[in-house]
Design a binder for this molecule. Sequence first.
Ligand SMILES: [Zn+2]
Length: 416
Amino acid sequence: MTKTITCRLLQVGTAFCLLWMMTNAQARQASLQEQAQQIAQKYMLVDTHIDVPYRVQDAWVDVTQRTDDGDFDFPRAVQGGLNLTFMSIYTPAELEAEGGSFELAHQLIDSVEALAARAPDKFALVRSVADAEKAMKDGRIGLAMGMENGSPINHDLKNIRVFADRGIRYITLTHSLSNQISDSSYDDNHQWNGLSPFGREVVAEMNRNGVMVDISHVSDDAFWQALEVTRVPVIASHSSARHFTPGFERNMSDEMIVALAKNGGVIQINWGSSFLTAQANEYSTAYWELEKNWLEENGLEEGGPEARKFREDYREEHSYPYATLADVVDHFDHVIKIAGIDHVGIGSDYDGVGDSLPAGLKDVSAYPNLVAEFLQRGYTEQDIASILGGNLLRVWSEVEAYAGAQRSCLPGFCLP
Ligand SMILES: [Zn+2]
């Protein structure tokens, strides 16, 4: 409107006026993108869930260099302004019964250590908030570790110390099946109606050892019980808002998000499309059901070449309803509306959600696009800094401080 009036005042022709308006909009977009780039580089940018260890375990590639496939490598991470990532030490749910998750977790931790050791000028292992800040100052990408699935604890509380000593700084209590610690949002078998008795001890022991409690993947009952037991804020390392995906228990309901905020915690938004829109969620549910039945009928293994081909054919016939960058930011908006600016961050699930990422957020070079959308929606630089990393670092600091205080305590007596 204003522009049209300006054009009339200037008495210029319609074509010229349109061109002028377009150039103006492009210039605004370019300056927004530039500002976003600067903000992404300036502030600590943390992503709490990237599945590189499993990706390189399956098919090794050198992520210290630009890779053709996958969502993460060093050059793209630098471009995106990433400073700290929690590498996911993921063990499949089935290993709880079969055995081997303890060993696999150690093996994956070895691989993260090897990656950092092989490129010490690019990556730094991070065990504390201070380490993360130092890595950023040195211009290296910080690699922290989060254990996805508590199954490697192997029914022994002492193993929490063992893995904490190796650098694990959060543990996702369970994954896709109910395990020794907790029921899962993906599993109808709610054997514990929440946390197991051992799971309650695990949460307390994680508090004592400075390991953040991650409630992504757990059932709703388990979430509420974890909040009762924990003495410090908890995180959801890669979950989104259930408000947009009704009935999808893997995401968090409004009530849970508000309670998480009251506990001081943070929800790190997952960028997989099925976590973001009801349409993509329904597509995935329908597809997985179909694939499961087809594999069963044909006596085939999950994840094998036949399954891959089946998926490709299905995608050809039924185009995938990718979510958009705006959908992602809608999740941030929603959490901020109900819980405030201090309780949300990034848990992209890069290298973990396959070909389901929204356009504009396809890999770790894309964080500035998220920032640009925040700017477009009127977020201040300080708000954005909180979202990018400030909130997560606050939680981690509190968890560290609590564990530190516990260490200076003898039974019935605390050192000053
Ligand atoms: Zn996950």
